[in-house]
Structures are given as C-alpha cells and as structure tokens.
Design a protein around this ligand. Structure first.
Ligand SMILES: *Cc1c(COP(=O)(O)O)cnc(C)c1O
Length: 417
C-alpha cells in the first residue's frame, strides 16, 4: 500500500474537521472570481489582446489591456505587468531602485526582509548594485511576537524616510503574515505621521487570499511575482507592479530606461497566458490554501508545530511546519517531490541559491521552473528546520503530496528508532 493506515485514517479526520473552514475559502474564491470577471468585462478583454508582438512593441494592445486589468482589479492607478521581470525580487527591486535616491531612507516595518531583498538592500554588506552602495539609507522596526510594532512606527519614521516596506507574507520566518486589516492600520499610521511617505507592500503570496488587496486599503505601490498567485499557474514567468501612477512610472524607467518607461516591451506569445492565468488565479489560490490547511491539520495531528494553526484565518498561501531536524526536512521534501507530476524521480538536495544566505532545499516538480503557486516545499537548512509549503494547482494534488510528505517523515522517524 502506498500510504499507511495511520496516514489514511488521519486524512479522513482532517478532511472532516476542515469542512467548515473550506466554506470560507470557497466564498473568497467566488468573490475574487467575480472581481476579476467584472474587471475583464469593463476592460472589454477580447481575442485581439492575445496576439503576439515583437521588437520594440510600441502600442502593444494586449500588454496595455493586461496592465489596465491588473490596475482595476488591484484598485490602483497604473500597473506594469511584464514577462521581462525575471522574478518577484526583480519587480520589488525595480520599485526600490526606481524610486529611492541617494540620501533617502527606506524603513522595513516588518523586521528583517525576505532573504533576496536583503541582498537588494545590501543588508549585511553593501553588495554590488545594492541600495546601500547607491547611498540609500536603511533602517528597520523589529516585529514583536510575530506582529508589527504599531506603537514603534512613529519612532523610526524620520524626515529622511522616503519609503516604508511592508512584507505581507511570512517569508522564511515563523511570524504571522499580515492581514488586509493589519496593512490598512499600518499604512494609516504611516500616512498620519508623514503623509508623503510611500507605503510599499511586498505582496508576494498574498494576492487573492482576501477580498481586498493592499493597494485598496492604503498602500501606495506594491509588487509581486507572476509565478506565484496572480499568474494562476499558467503565466510562464514575470512580475507585476501596481500603484500610484507617478510611482509606477518611476519604476518603469528602471525596468527599461529613462525616457522609455512602459511604452516598449514585446509580449511575444505570452499575453493569452497572462490573461488566462489571472482569470484562474482566484480559484488556484483557493486550491493552494485548502492544501495548506490540510497540511496544517495532518502535521498538527502528527505532533508538529504548524504556523498558521489549522483553524487560523490565512493571510498568505504559505504553511510553515517546524520539523526539528535536517533529516526530516530532507525527507519531507523528498515525499513532496515523489508525488510531483514533473521530475518525480529526482531527490531534492540542499544547495546554495543565488541571493539566499543559507543552503536551501526545494521540492518542486513543477511545469514552470520554480513556480511556487504550483505545489512545492522549501526551507533553509537552519534550525529549527522549518519547511515552508505552498501552492497546488489542484487541491487533490496537494492532498496526495502531503500524504507523501507525511509518510516520508514517519518513515524517517521509524528508521531512526
Ligand atoms: C517569493 C518572494 C519574493 C520574491 O522571490 P522570487 O523568488 O524572486 O520571486 C519576495 N518576497 C517574498 C515575501 C516572497 O515570498
């Protein structure tokens, strides 16, 4: 038998207990589907927007329409949605490097930023091309018990503070993701203290988890990856930036060149995939969240610490599980990989990823390389050996993969006795 009786019995229990929680997730997915659909109707998306363009691609109507659509759905004035962004980090860095100037200060209000963003900032050392190398100042407000230190915000915002960065998702940490209500309160507090301070949200993994997005509740600009939530598992690559028109324009001069901005950039053959992925995204995100909830239920029953807890309301699609040893982390990832549609025969191994400080292990048998809206797990090889599980194009696949991971971790335990 593929999975032990213990695992299959637990599965039934967890699914039974999850039913009422799933109803809420399905309701959010329906509301967001309507939101996207309404915007597609208002923008009059049509077949002509899926045509290919090449070269400079001036007047690329598909590209323009897609950006109009993103802006509408995210309640923003303007958007840049491009496959020329190589990743989420690239889109986020484009915001920072496009807007900040020497002598300006950036303040992270959510403590230490995501690993790759530390390299962009020049956090530990002013790495070549980093903000610090350009003379941008940096400060941060540590989180308290996994939450933003609301009372401390007024102490870190100075006349030099041009921008605050707010990271919605947990990243590789055991803190809570921010809810939309949290982001609303934080941006209101920042704007109360310094009305012209730019509130920038790293929205990676947060899109469509709730019925509103950060730019609808006070954020001035935000960015994310198309191989996470908003690409719906269909976008082959890319990133997005949405927000205030003047700020998105500044970012566009960094993406292309001063004077060129967003008027160039061939969408090649990708437009249909970006529209279709965006349309599917609310549903795919709901599948991923159901998978995360199922994982939390399974591993909580197996005695592991999970964040969020099975019953917590979610702010991102990530499920963290504290596995406690390198062997279990490797076994867990091996179990996920084994039940992947692609590269199921591969055994994931820890490696030095560009931009990350510790070795990282990743299980990702995905159709799009590294796409973490597809079912995947990863974690840095450092105590307490947390695994971060996310994605799932279908809930059914997430369930099977989690059973595989649970079995591998149990087998790992058994072999050590
Ligand atoms: C994924 C992610 C990023 C960007 O990572 P890429 O791999 O470059 O797309 C940035 N911040 C957070 C919180 C993330 O989860």
């Amino acid at each position: 038998m593929t999975f032990s009786k213990q695992i299959l019995d637990l599965k039934q229990e967890v699914l039974q207990e999850a039913k009422p929680l799933f109803a809420h997730i399905e309701d959010v997915a329906e509301q967001n589907t309507l939101k996207v659909l309404d915007a597609m109707r208002e923008c009059r998306v049509s077949d002509a927007h899926f045509n290919t363009t090449t070269g400079y691609a001036y007047d690329d109507i598909g590209r323009g329409k897609l950006e109009e659509l993103y802006a509408k759905v995210f309640g923003a004035e303007r958007a840049l949605v491009r496959t020329q962004f190589v990743s989420g980090t690239h889109a986020l860095a484009t915001v920072l490097l496009g807007i900040l100037r020497p002598g300006d200060e950036l303040v992270s209000l959510t403590g230490k930023p995501y690993d790759t963003m530390q390299t962009v900032i020049g956090y530990d050392n002013p790495s070549p091309g980093s903000l610090k190398e350009f003379g941008v100042l940096y400060n941060e407000l540590p989180m308290i018990d996994g939450r933003v230190d609301m009372a401390g915000i007024k102490n870190v915002i100075t006349p030099k503070t041009k921008m605050v960065e707010i990271q919605r998702s947990r990243g590789y940490s055991m803190r809570n993701p921010l809810s939309i209500a949290d982001i609303e309160a934080i941006t209101a507090e920042v704007h109360r203290i310094k009305p012209d301070c730019i509130c920038f949200v790293d929205n990676c993994y947060g899109e469509f988890v709730d019925c509103q997005e950060p730019t609808q509740v006070g954020a001035d600009i935000m960015a994310g990856s198309l191989i996470k939530n908003p690409g719906g598992g269909i976008a082959p690559t890319g990133g997005y930036i949405v927000g205030r028109s003047d700020l998105v324009e500044l970012a566009s001069y960094r993406l292309t060149a001063p004077g060129m901005g967003d008027e160039l950039g061939a969408s090649l053959a990708n437009n249909r995939l970006l529209f279709q992925g965006f349309f599917l995204a609310p549903h795919v995100v709901s599948q991923a969240i159901k998978g995360a909830l199922f994982a939390a239920g399974m591993f909580a029953k197996l005695g592991y610490k999970t964040l969020p807890l099975p019953t917590d309301v979610r702010g991102d699609i990530i499920q963290a599980i504290e596995l406690g040893s390198a062997e279990k982390l490797i076994a867990f990832c091996g179990g996920i990989q084994k039940y992947s549609p692609v590269d199921s025969f591969a055994a994931p191994e820890p490696w030095d990823m560009p931009g990350y400080a510790d070795k990282i292990i990743m299980a990702a048998g995905t159709f799009v390389q590294g796409a973490s809206i597809e079912f995947s797990a990863d974690g840095p090889l450092r105590a307490p050996y947390n695994v971060y599980l996310q994605g799932g194009l279908t809930f059914e696949h997430a369930v099977i993969g989690i059973l595989g991971a649970a079995q591998a971790v149990l087998d790992c335990d058994a072999s050590r006795k």
